[in-house]
Design a protein around this ligand. Sequence first.
Ligand SMILES: *[C@@H]1O[C@H](CO)[C@@H](O)[C@H](O)[C@H]1NC(C)=O
Ligand SMILES: *[C@@H]1O[C@H](CO)[C@@H](O)[C@H](O)[C@H]1NC(C)=O
Ligand SMILES: *[C@@H]1O[C@H](CO)[C@@H](O)[C@H](O)[C@H]1NC(C)=O
Ligand SMILES: *[C@@H]1O[C@H](CO)[C@@H](O)[C@H](O)[C@H]1NC(C)=O
Ligand SMILES: CC(=O)N[C@H]1CO[C@H](CO)[C@@H](O)[C@@H]1O
Length: 753
Amino acid sequence: MLRRLFLFSFLLHSTLAQKPAVPHHHPIAPHQPVVPNPIPVKKWSTLSGNEPLVIARGGFSGLFPEGTEKAIELSQDISIFLCNLQLTNDGGAFCVTGATLDNSTTIEMFDPKQKTYNINGRDVQGHFSTDYSGVQIENDVKMTQAIFSRPDFFDGVFPVANVDALLSTKTPPKFWLNVQNAGFYTQYGKKAVEVVLEILRALPVDFVSSPDIGFLKSIARQPNKATKVVFQLLNAMDVEPQTKQPYGIIIKDLVAIKSFASGIMVPKEFILPVKPDKYLGLPTTLVADAHKLGLEVYASGFANDLFSSYSYNYDPTAEYLQFIDSRDSVDGVVTDFPTTASNAIGCFAHNNTLPKKGPTLIISSNGSSGVYPGSTDLAYQQAITDGADIIDCSVQMTKDGIAFCANTIDLLEISTALPKFMARSSSVPELQPKNGIFSFDLTWTEIQTLKPQMVNPFGNEFQRNPANKNNGKFVTLPEFLDLAKTKAVFGILIHIQNAAYLASKKGLDIVGAVTAALSNATFDKQATQQVFIQSDDSSVLSKFKDIPSYKRVLLIENIIDDIPVQTVEEIKKYAEVVNIPKLDVIKGSNSLLIGLTNVVKELKGANLTVFVHILKNEYLSLAFDFWSDPNVEIATYMELVDGIVTEFPATAYRFMKSPCSDPNHGLAILPAHPGDLLTMAPDLLKPKDEPPRTLQVADVVDPPLPPVINLAKAEPPAAPTPPPPASGVRAYGANSVISLVAVLVVEMFYAGH
Ligand SMILES: *[C@@H]1O[C@H](CO)[C@@H](O)[C@H](O)[C@H]1NC(C)=O
Ligand SMILES: *[C@@H]1O[C@H](CO)[C@@H](O)[C@H](O)[C@H]1NC(C)=O
Ligand SMILES: *[C@@H]1O[C@H](CO)[C@@H](O)[C@H](O)[C@H]1NC(C)=O
Ligand SMILES: *[C@@H]1O[C@H](CO)[C@@H](O)[C@H](O)[C@H]1NC(C)=O
Ligand SMILES: CC(=O)N[C@H]1CO[C@H](CO)[C@@H](O)[C@@H]1O
């Protein structure tokens, strides 16, 4: 039933609509007249001088189960399909990664009995393809996702990819046959060499590879010039079946490898080692050495949702660029996410000197808080280097009235305050439900003794730049303004929270402090650098209405689908800009995008500028529709809103500099189509019809700011009058954004990859 849906074309976004990046799709006929080429030919340091190839393990296996129709369809134009071969007892050839069928098929449901075989000296338990016939695999077994962080709702739907069927279609994919465990098949089932030679004779196979030297030598003796023979090296400690040597030793003799192979496929760490602290070490000379001998090098093990090194700041494109945009480029990358790899090659490599395109503003979130502890000198300098248009300061007040920048009023999570100032910890239910060490209980001198601390929103399993977790220092608001002036950033965003509480309970005038600091730094008398004043409190914004050059930003945290016109009219009294959460722009559920809300249309219809917050690199923050690729999320929001608030400005800046950020460019990274993936998901994941959540006028309007009390006079506290209720702008909280991924995070901990 579900399969019928797959007949309709879907997921037309992103690279599907692009020109293929695989160079040999455009053969140059020698007799054609030479026409001047307007696009300068890029120089690649691959062995051939052509673009590196993208090799997709099982197609787009990051999204759809390996080898399935959709996985192939989404990757066919931009990559070579890599089939990890398994053979049946009657010589049937299927694509399933691993020694058994267990990790990524439903075999257990078809046959509950497991067996144990010795594979290359190791006993392996499970279900082996050699115990079944091709017809059984074809009819009774379906594919599943082997990796738990990937969508499981396609599990048990698609059949196992059959090599003959795949290559006999009218438009077969470019094909790479990787023969795993050749010795095992020969021992227990079918002679792998014979089956493979038969396939090579009958079908168009571009590459054949194997980790077994004996097997490769038998293949290489056969004269088939069309197929390249590649030696796959496994992990350094694994033992090669013929020589009984570990691959880490074999790799040292490239001359010997050259005698039976035209290329090598190696774990990417053979080229860029990752140190025990998970930062990158120095690159090896493997690529250069191999190229000198005429050997091609293919790097394997790439996946957007597989952590490899802190050096990449959770940006998968940054990793590919290390392998292709360097002095010695690999000749291809083997990946589960071919679109990200293809875009790295076609859109980002050799392209980092182009200017930023498009009017969308990049606004930092507590500086580059994905890279350095938030709101520190280092986070701000990084944001400027990373290409942020607007740097932001969330202003907090010290006990002695100094305005400084910090993510939150509570210093507990964002600094090392806990051991030192435990005694100052207190409960302030007006500010937050849990205890905190609040900035207004410490003097500036005391705060300067603290080290800032990196916040890891996805837990300790997904640490950000841990080598810098306590580096940098907090800055005062005047110091922040001074940095913005010196570095001539396009603009600044000053975020003001808790003004009413600070005035009425702590005698601290945060609005006054901001006004004075801006004025003292002459931001009120200039038009060159744009000043944004942001608050969730309409009364705070009203205080800045007399300085016309300041743009006022209403921060909305509610998750809503709709803003009635009365609310929009009310907002226009206080603000020129509205900053809304991602889910207010595109509704989401179960890590799937449902569709656009009306919110952006309603706000823009009233000439309000719209910002969206907060974009992050980690794939856990991305809906499946973005393909675990932050570029696709940026492409999607960039088209809809005027500014994006991000903890990783470098990723957004690189995107906006790329020619592919222009949707009309031949090669474009196009926005996701919310709802496309959902149409394929089973009904239980489909959202129920619920009444739209709307933002009411009362959610926006706040009571006037109370006067700043004078604590020094030490008046006996008046009979406690409950403070007037504030607008519900923060009422629902941002928790629902996290809940979208919380399930995933938990699953990830157990996925063990
Ligand atoms: C199944 O997957 C796990 C985790 O990725 C891996 O360690 C194991 O070797 C795989 N098993 C087989 C038989 O391929
Ligand atoms: C700074 O960090 C805090 C806490 O994570 C967050 O609530 C706030 O939105 C961030 N500021 C900006 C401008 O993104
Ligand atoms: C005002 O600005 C000057 C330099 O521009 C600076 O030295 C001084 O500390 C500032 N004062 C305040 C109150 O911000
Ligand atoms: C929006 O601005 C345009 C041009 O400045 C103006 O013509 C239009 O009337 C405005 N629309 C609204 C709803 O304010
Ligand atoms: C300056 C530069 O190298 N630009 C390149 C950016 O990428 C595009 C598309 O791949 C090339 O055509 C440009 O030459």
